[in-house]
Design a protein around this ligand. Sequence first.
Ligand SMILES: C[S@@+](CC[C@H](N)C(=O)[O-])C[C@H]1O[C@@H](n2cnc3c(N)ncnc32)[C@H](O)[C@@H]1O
Length: 394
Amino acid sequence: MSLWRMVLLELDGMISNWTMITGLMVRDEDMNVIQHEQDCEFRFDYSRVYWNSRLETEHRRLVNKFRPGEMVCDVMAGVGPFAVPAGKKKIFVWANDLNPHGYEVMQDAIRRNKVNKFVTPFNKDGRAFIRWSANELLQTEPVTVAIQKKQRRSAQKEETPAPPAEVYKRPTLFGHYVMNLPANAIEFLDAFPGVYAGKESLFAPHTSTPLPMVHVYCFSGHSEDEVDDHKDICQRISERIGYTITPEDRVGGSGNVELELAIHNVRLVSPNKQMFCASFRLPKEVAFRQARIRIPIPCRFPKQDLSSTKCWRTSAGVERNTRSRSECWMSTGVITIPMNAIMLTCFLQLRNLTKTLDYLEVFARFKDEENIKAVERLLNSHTELEMFERSQLG
Ligand SMILES: C[S@@+](CC[C@H](N)C(=O)[O-])C[C@H]1O[C@@H](n2cnc3c(N)ncnc32)[C@H](O)[C@@H]1O
């Protein structure tokens, strides 16, 4: 007799906060499963990738918002439960996941479900991917997909001319971003400020293309009045993008209608925790923001020339005597300067690297062997956990 057991899936990596989310039965010794969602088939080892059958309704809800021929950026795509069904509906998707196993399974699902003309997989850090992909998509060769509809046999016999092929041209700008990493996707929103800086002419009102919609998943408390959760979510988003969003900005509300804000209650995860999806149109003030950064510049003035005529005001409002900026060779203070492209790239790369390392430091899931072993040691010390449960956590 086969031994079966109930697998508990855990959602947010907190050992102390177990939640039974599905009664999926799997064989103890075999974690390889076949799952079907939205007429697509996924085959994977459950112990190595993220999968939650309870999100099927949510996957479907969001995919139904995309129109054929649109371009979607799925930043944390997992094995592709948004991306692959979207591809079947002739929606172009760039689907990314940091987990190399998730990426491999997604590649397989793309082939298996024959959506390779529409879905392209990537294996990068999500924050870096947001910045990189916006630029990359603008520069890559245009893609056109022509789909010839099958003709009925009777029509073939009658030699009726075949109907014209459906033609889809891949857009060079994303229409939607999907960010389903509820524990910390909001933190990745800081990749958006300036993502289209200097590219205003590509968007409305100069063209008919609106700025993209962002669909970011998050957890919030389970407040008695849901408005309190909405306020909390808006505040966290606002902090990351440096632009104020409030619950009044929702569709039909009294606030900023351009944001098209909607906060959808996905599901109750535990008595004190709900999963939400906040959707909003990226504000132009965020997308086109020119990076300005305060950096300390060590400067000092030539002693012999303090009486010179020109002066330079620092950000602290102190006037420094000097002949010109170029002559100001040393001083102390902080000045605000516009960053050029190279400086900005270096700064962002450094910041992304730090944040990625922070992430890996905490989760250590995909970093080096040493860290994986450290996590394994920690998880192994919890003898109550099964192998599968440990790998979901690790
Ligand atoms: C909650 S799962 C969602 C997966 C899929 N979108 C779904 O709906 O089932 C979150 C995914 O984010 C991925 N992930 C975690 N950190 C990431 C990062 N820094 N960049 C990209 N993906 C990341 C994980 O590997 C995991 O597949």
